[in-house]
Design a protein around this ligand. Structure first.
Ligand SMILES: O=C(O)C(=O)C[C@]1(C(=O)O)C=C[C@@H](O)C=C1
Length: 280
């Protein structure tokens, strides 16, 4: 089976994919690296799986992933959260001499303290932390990069700073998905491999410019003691000011029936786009 992840090898996505596999029964996995998340997403087909970042503790949701899930026909089969920290490497001796610094787009929001202390440095945004390292290694004098802390041990540069994230306690949550569409019927009869589940989904009201729409949606879950752990609103894009809601329900195996009965009821009133039902 092919496992598509953000590369080159050494990204946090790569580390997360490997951590996820330790929780799974042994299977023949071939890693398939791509330099952008878009390419990772495009690469997943058939029985193969892929991994995308969903949420970072310091910088919040990964908008590109959520937008993709909103319209994509995928089934999430699991999630994994790993600790995240970064190092800084530069080919100059002093921070003040840095002219340009390569930083992955989601990393930027996690290293604000360091970056705001480098007002003279131009930030060059990259698609992956290991692409930042590659660009730095072929870069001109005055270059720097923020890279995964794990890479610091194998590098030797004039200036190296460890743990430059805004806070040491930092983590990113990733989802693992297949390319086939999730549907309520198939998910409702799926056996869970553990006691606790997560069920992510989008709910889109046909008209939400009236009092109480969100209140009503939340009421379906509250009435059945179903625990919502995430709520986000995303524009539907066809019209300004119209939103769909991304929700994650969490619970225990004995709630499977009530969960899917509730979702079917909701589906008679709203557009319900299930994304998965998996063990956590
Ligand atoms: O570039 C990487 O190393 C990644 O795995 C990507 C990614 C992300 O986009 O969220 C993963 C973890 C960190 O939050 C920073 C970057």
């Amino acid at each position: 089976m092919k496992f598509s992840v953000l590369g080159p090898a050494g990204t946090f996505a790569d580390a997360a994919a490997k951590a996820y596999l330790t929780t799974q029964p042994d299977s023949d996995i071939v890693f398939d690296y791509h330099p952008t998340f878009d390419q990772v997403y495009q690469a997943v087909s058939g029985d193969n799986i892929g991994l995308l970042p969903l949420e970072n503790q310091l910088d919040g949701y990964v908008s590109a992933t959520l937008q993709r899930l909103q319209s994509a026909d995928v089934t999430e089969i699991g999630e994994i959260t790993i600790p995240v920290n970064f190092g800084l490497v530069a080919n100059v001796a002093d921070l003040k001499q840095i002219k340009q610094i390569y930083v992955q787009f989601k990393t930027e929001g996690q290293c604000q303290k360091l970056l705001s202390s480098l007002p003279q440095a131009q930030i060059v945004t990259t698609s992956s932390n290991m692409v930042s390292l590659e660009k730095f290694q072929s870069g001109e004098p005055g270059s720097a990069a923020i890279i995964p802390q794990s890479q610091m041990a194998v590098l030797k540069q004039p200036l190296m700073l460890d743990k430059v994230a805004d806070q040491d306690d930092n983590s990113t949550r990733f989802i693992i998905f297949k390319s086939r569409p999730a549907n309520l019927e198939a998910l409702s009869s799926q056996a869970l491999s553990d006691t606790h589940f997560k069920a992510p989904l989008f709910v889109t009201p046909s008209f939400n410019d009236q009092p109480g729409t969100l209140y009503e949606i939340l009421g379906y879950f509250a009435k059945q003691q179903l625990n919502l752990v995430t709520l986000m609103s995303l524009p539907v894009k066809t019209q300004l000011g119209v939103y769909s809601f991304y929700l994650e329900v969490s619970g225990t195996r004995d709630q499977q029936e009530v969960l899917f009965t509730t979702l079917r009821q909701m589906a008679s009133k709203y557009r319900v786009h299930p994304l998965g039902y998996y063990a956590v």
